[in-house]
Design a protein around this ligand. Structure first.
Ligand SMILES: Nc1ncnc2c1ncn2[C@@H]1O[C@H](COP(=O)(O)OP(=O)(O)OP(=O)(O)O)[C@@H](O)[C@H]1O
Length: 256
């Protein structure tokens, strides 16, 4: 059974008199411990699909099965419990995390929701999550706005890991970082995947990231998936027009 099975996912937005298809009959699967990348030009529907899959927005049609459970059929309380299994990390941690909250608080909050740990257990789990993302546990007392962008994204990853997810959706999660910090975070994500067998749904416009991180890739155009395949094959020999255009527009890719 796939970890995630999405089928027929459809979402339209009204713009004036017309309907814009942000997701048009989208179907794909993600296996445990796998990384699937979703690429496409600006406005092709990548963020919409990330938000549909994580149930932040409601689709017009389609099913989303996580570990065989239909997320759309769950009552709010059951969905809350399931949410821990499926986490999302956004591009801008300063917008996604409360900038005045401390690092420790940001990571501890999901533990309050998803576990029955005592206060002491939560504190020691926060310390081990900080170590997992290679941050000094002493950082727990610092407010989010005082730490660097790269450190903030590590905190966002630690927060996502707090509820022991089986799938993390990364919505342009490394796009705003400079090149060296981005490389460090990608290495970190790979190591975490080896250690925990978490799967990633990697939303990106960066084919270098696809080549470095993904097992498979789906190419999106106008809300439709126009090509899927092994990342190495699609990046070196795209079949769809939009895949060819993305590869042609990419800066020279480092060898994987
Ligand atoms: N809340 C909304 N209301 C109306 N239209 C929307 C809304 N959100 C997205 N859209 C439209 O849906 C389409 C897909 O947008 P989406 O943000 O999902 O694309 P994207 O591939 O993530 O783009 P980018 O890479 O620029 O972030 C676009 O035409 C966008 O204008």
């Amino acid at each position: 059974m796939p970890l995630l099975a999405v089928s027929g996912l459809t979402k339209r937005y009204r713009r004036g008199d017309t309907l814009v298809s942000a997701a048009d009959d989208v179907s794909f699967t993600i296996e445990p411990a796998e990384t699937l990348a979703l690429v496409g030009p600006s406005g092709s529907g990548k963020s919409t699909i990330a938000r549909l899959v994580t149930r932040l927005i409601e689709p017009d049609a389609g099913t989303i099965l996580l570990e065989g459970t239909n997320l759309r059929a769950l009552k709010p309380s059951a969905l809350r419990a399931m949410r821990g299994r499926l986490q999302i990390v956004f591009q801008d941690p300063l917008a996604a995390l409360n900038p005045r909250a401390t690092v420790g608080r940001v990571i501890e909050d999901p533990l309050k929701i998803h576990t029955r740990f005592s206060r002491g257990e939560r504190r020691s789990r926060v310390a081990s999550l900080l170590e997992r993302v290679r941050l000094d546990p002493a950082l727990a007392s610092r407010p989010i706005h005082e730490i660097s962008g790269g450190q903030r994204q590590r905190v966002a990853i630690a927060r996502a890991l707090a509820s022991s997810p089986t799938l993390i959706v990364l919505d342009e999660a490394v796009s705003a970082l400079d090149v060296s910090v981005r490389a460090e975070i990608l290495q970190l994500l790979k190591r975490i995947q080896r250690e925990t067998r978490v799967a990633y749904f990697f939303i990106t416009h960066d084919l270098g990231v696809v080549r470095a991180m993904a097992d498979r890739v789906a190419v999106l155009d106008g809300g439709r998936i126009v090509e899927t395949g092994l990342a190495s094959e699609v990046v070196s020999n795209p079949q769809s027009e939009i895949g060819k255009a993305l590869v042609a527009a990419a800066p020279r890719l480092p060898r994987s």
